[in-house]
Write a protein that binds this ligand. Structure first.
Ligand code: ZN
Length: 89
């Protein structure tokens, strides 16, 4: 992640440890993904055994970690710090 915005020079990490809050956003996203996959397995595949849930959901969450990490920071910036996207800057 850039330290400053390449267009408007906005400093992303407003204060030290600013992105700790993004950790909670990341947790919520992961829980949501796990919940949706649990419903898909339950209703779509007729409630398989417990280990199937683990084999499907755990690797999926690990694979999505890089995306989840970035999306969480972007969501944190937009909804907590009040940063608004302005493509004209
Ligand atoms: Zn900018």
């Amino acid at each position: 992640m850039y330290e400053h915005c390449p267009h408007c020079n906005f400093r992303y990490e407003i204060e030290p440890g600013y992105f700790w809050g993004a950790m909670f956003v990341s947790y919520a996203l992961s829980a949501g993904i796990a919940l949706v996959m649990g419903f898909v397995l339950f209703y779509g595949f007729g409630d398989p055994e417990g280990w199937v849930y683990v084999i499907v959901i755990a690797p999926l969450l690990v694979l999505l970690t890089p995306i989840n990490f970035r999306i969480s920071r972007v969501l944190w910036l937009h909804f907590v710090s009040g940063v608004r996207y302005n493509p004209n800057l």
